[in-house]
Ligand binder design. Structure first.
Ligand code: VOV
Length: 249
């Protein structure tokens, strides 16, 4: 049957990308810069406590290239909390030196393509809950891009039978599993929330793994026939302890 698959939805996600106004930063006094860095530290400490309580998660990366300077990925149970985080960052002293660069709104998503075993609803399993409310890895590199499933002529994902889609995603997962320990993926759904249908966030210890997995997946039918991709953002992890050095001039 051509029918929607049921999704399991977890924490809401905001990718919040900012550029640093380096000219304003250089013109600021030493004291102003110190206040700005302290204000960001304070926010990061506050958000870290939320993560320790397992009520959300976040990461901060330095974006490589001219698309932005910083990428925050925030996960929270509600959109209201995400909105608060975005606003408190803008209102902080550091916010005076940040320019909006890009953003993406979505929700952590898993789908129920596989039949449930023994009649157990997979959503009730602790391992599913852990994947829906993930503590984001603080691995060295991040890669984020949005994607769609194609709807064009004979290549229309949305007119395929559910079991055909399930089979293709199963093949996709086999490719993915080859990268266990090398690439960690967080798939977020954004139909009705942002401009693309899914957000793909990948973490790796070695950036070449992004190129390898994305290239290999291009040959899986689900991507070769039915994948459309947006802009890519890659970055290096920025731990709180490195913030002062990164911003020192
Ligand atoms: C890093 C490895 C990896 C692994 C193990 C993996 C596994 C799986 C499984 C088992 C499933 C299906 C069930 C579910 O959990 O939803 C998916 C689902 C999905 N994936 Fe995936 N994926 C990976 C990685 C991985 C990558 C690198 C990409 C980008 C694709 C590319 O060409 O650039 C991707 C995309 C997606 C998407 C957009 C969906 C949702 C599709 C939909 O139509 O519903 N994914 N994925």
């Amino acid at each position: 049957m051509v029918e929607a698959v049921e999704t399991m939805d977890g924490w809401y996600s905001l990718h919040d990308l900012r550029s640093i106004d380096w000219n304003a930063w250089k013109l600021a006094t030493e004291e102003e810069r110190k206040q700005a860095i302290d204000s960001l530290h304070k926010l990061l400490d506050k958000w870290e406590a939320v993560e320790e309580a397992k009520d959300g998660s976040q990461v901060l990366y330095k974006v490589l290239g001219q698309k932005a300077d910083l990428m925050f990925m925030f996960l929270r149970p509600t959109m209201d909390e995400l909105s608060e985080m975005e606003t408190e960052l803008s209102k902080s002293k550091m916010g005076e030196f940040l320019l909006p660069a890009h953003s993406y709104v979505s929700v952590v998503e898993l789908s129920k393509y596989r039949e449930s075993k023994d009649g157990i609803d997979p959503e009730t399993l602790p391992e599913t809950q852990a994947r829906l409310k993930p503590i984001l890895p603080k691995w060295e590199y991040i890669c984020f891009y949005p994607m769609d499933r194609r709807r064009q002529g004979d290549e229309n994902w949305y007119t395929l039978e559910k079991n055909v889609r399930a089979k293709m995603l199963y093949e996709h997962s086999k490719t993915g599993r080859k990268y266990a320990g090398k690439v960690k993926q967080i798939i977020t759904g954004s139909i009705g929330l942002d401009d693309w249908e899914w957000g793909v966030t990948l973490f790796a210890h070695e950036p070449l793994e992004f190129k390898k997995i994305v290239y290999e997946m291009r040959f899986d039918e689900v991507s070769s026939k039915y994948g459309e991709f947006g802009e890519f953002f890659v970055g290096n992890h920025l731990p709180k302890e490195h913030l002062r050095t990164y911003l020192s001039i």
